[in-house]
Design a protein around this ligand. Structure first.
Ligand code: AMP
Length: 182
């Protein structure tokens, strides 16, 4: 499994989907799962820019993995987002942590994100909500990455600015370096 990290607007989903096609791996996105939820409370939280609570999030992750035969060939986009989620992922009982071969972190500056999102038009993309999501990401991500590294998970930071193809080439380069693709 490859974990995909990046702030709102970093292109995680675009890159996750392209990688999934190139590698023949399954792309699973917790943000996508929540966006397709009909639950009014989930919709309200998404629109606020805050995170969904951990227990609900474990539920969707578990449900998604229950349908997967091969947990090693998954690109997981948007999880873990909190330290508790990272610890949950690493819990031996869940059997997921040992499948994490690599964490890819898309690095994009706040200025670039603001420019990119100006035209995207999702309900949660108002300027104050975007700012809130960037704040949450910046505050939570480094401790999570440090924790994963302490568990011997390989974390690679990739420049997330440039064209979609350029960024994808960089990601594929890292994936090949770790022999996860030919
Ligand atoms: P994303 O598409 O990954 O940016 O996620 C969109 C939104 O879904 C986030 O702003 C959160 O409200 C929610 N979400 C996605 N993944 C998680 C997660 N792992 N934990 C909590 N909330 C999440």
């Amino acid at each position: 499994m490859i974990l995909l990290f990046g702030p709102v607007g970093a292109g995680k989903s675009v890159q996750g989907e392209i990688l999934s096609e190139k590698l023949g791996w399954k792309w699973l996105s917790t943000g996508q799962m929540f966006r397709s939820s009909q639950d009014p409370e989930v919709k309200r939280i998404l629109a606020s820019g805050e995170l969904i609570d951990d227990e609900t999030t474990y539920g969707v992750v578990q449900e998604a993995f229950a349908h997967e035969q091969n947990a090693s060939r998954i690109i997981l986009d948007g999880f873990p987002r909190t330290m508790a989620q990272a610890e949950w992922l690493e819990r031996p009982a869940n059997g997921l942590g040992r499948n994490v071969a690599l964490v890819l972190v898309l690095e994009v500056s706040d200025e670039e994100i603001t420019n990119r999102l100006a035209g995207r038009g999702r309900i949660e993309d108002t300027p104050d909500k975007i700012k809130r999501r960037m704040e949450i990401y910046r505050a939570d991500t480094n401790p999570i990455l440090e924790y994963l590294e302490s568990k011997d998970v390989v974390v690679e930071r990739v420049n997330g600015e440039g064209s979609v193809n350029e960024i994808n080439d960089r990601l594929v380069g890292v994936i090949k370096k770790y022999k996860l693709a030919n």
